[in-house]
Design a protein around this ligand. Sequence first.
Ligand SMILES: Cc1cc2nc3c(=O)[nH]c(=O)nc-3n(C[C@H](O)[C@H](O)[C@H](O)COP(=O)(O)OP(=O)(O)OC[C@H]3O[C@@H](n4cnc5c(N)ncnc54)[C@H](O)[C@@H]3O)c2cc1C
Length: 406
Amino acid sequence: MAPKSWLYTLFSTLSVALAQTSASTSQTAASSSTSFPPTTAYTLQTDYDVIVVGGGPAGLSALSSLGRMRRRTVMFDSGEYRNAPTREMHDVIGNDGTPPAQFRALARQQISRYNSTRVIDTTIESIMPMNDAATNIPYFSAVDSSNVTYTARKVILGTGLVDVLPDVPGLGEAFGQGIWWCPWCDGYEHRDQPLGILGALPDVVGSVLETHTLYSDIIAFTNGTYTPTNEVALAARYPSWQQQLQAWNVRINNQSITSIERIQNGNDHRDNATDEQYDIFRVHFEDGSTVDRNAFITNYPTAQRSTLPAELRLAMADGKIDTTSQTGMRTNTTGVYAIGDCNNDGSTNVPHAMFSGKRAGVYVHVEMSREELNTAISKRDLQKQTERMVGDEMETLWKRVLDMYR
Ligand SMILES: Cc1cc2nc3c(=O)[nH]c(=O)nc-3n(C[C@H](O)[C@H](O)[C@H](O)COP(=O)(O)OP(=O)(O)OC[C@H]3O[C@@H](n4cnc5c(N)ncnc54)[C@H](O)[C@@H]3O)c2cc1C
């Protein structure tokens, strides 16, 4: 009995030793990035897998993609959409003529079927890259306008752009409703009507190249920018610009604009059977004269809507978040992706926003899966290593027991 009880005691001791060895090994692996790669002990629990900032077509697309893979994803939306003023979206196949709010509402409703997704209508004020001291795993901490904090392993920014319009009375109110920047979005509804081009002289030829298949009566309102310097700038891009404008019968009016007055609203004067909208605007000039036009194409700059890209110190190119230096909509900050208008991959429209959101959704999911796979593999290695260590120790103890009974 004695030996048996001795052995029992010994095995109890060994079990404790085994447990202690195992615990200390796990701890070492979790706290040290030198023994194992940082992803090997993936024990960090964040509130969500992914934070998406932006509820336009880009953010919604990323949310959908991640939701369908059961990624715990939260999308924040401050309700400031670039195409908010427009009457309907166009050139978005399957949704041609759909009002943007209707499009977003349907997208939200469909995505809500995926239980791992959540939408919060609030502004994210700040996002901080963090590092979990115990595991050496990076993550992000976002704070909303009510001071609520959310954590996630990845961040996708779909925060969009704003159009920076000049301070011409009447222009801002009409932007998106007869005065627009994108002929693919709104040009067809005003086809064959008298068109105006708004912007500086160097932009005129570009606008004509985009629109001459829709309009034959075009006046470029250059608002005092027809200067020798700008002529040189335009000639550098289009050496025969004057002949080109003559060929398309484009006239230039360089008077200073004081205001743009809406005379008729195409919302109320439209033919839905033929997709035609009949806006009328009156351009007022400094000398008191006026010119009427039915629609305008504009050439004005854009800016980032959100300060988050600057706060996160993301690399920019021409005012857009640089995602062209890396694949999959990645920015220069590990774990942060940029989609839709706010990035610089060369396009600002709804299909691009959806494409880039989808692309980021795929890359983020697969990247997290890789991290999780590494963890699973190294956990298995860790287990084997522990078993080996414990096995060696047991062997030593067993030898000691046998020695005692010799
Ligand atoms: C007048 C007009 C008409 C247009 N018409 C068309 C058209 O017919 N067809 C077409 O293809 N394209 C059209 N466009 C272009 C189109 O609107 C954009 O390309 C598209 O909206 C880009 O989508 P996005 O998701 O990147 O950005 P947005 O749609 O602008 O969405 C940005 C999102 O980010 C959110 N956000 C920003 N900062 C924060 C923050 N800190 N916290 C929380 N949320 C935040 C905003 O609230 C918003 O939800 C039009 C543009 C304009 C200006």
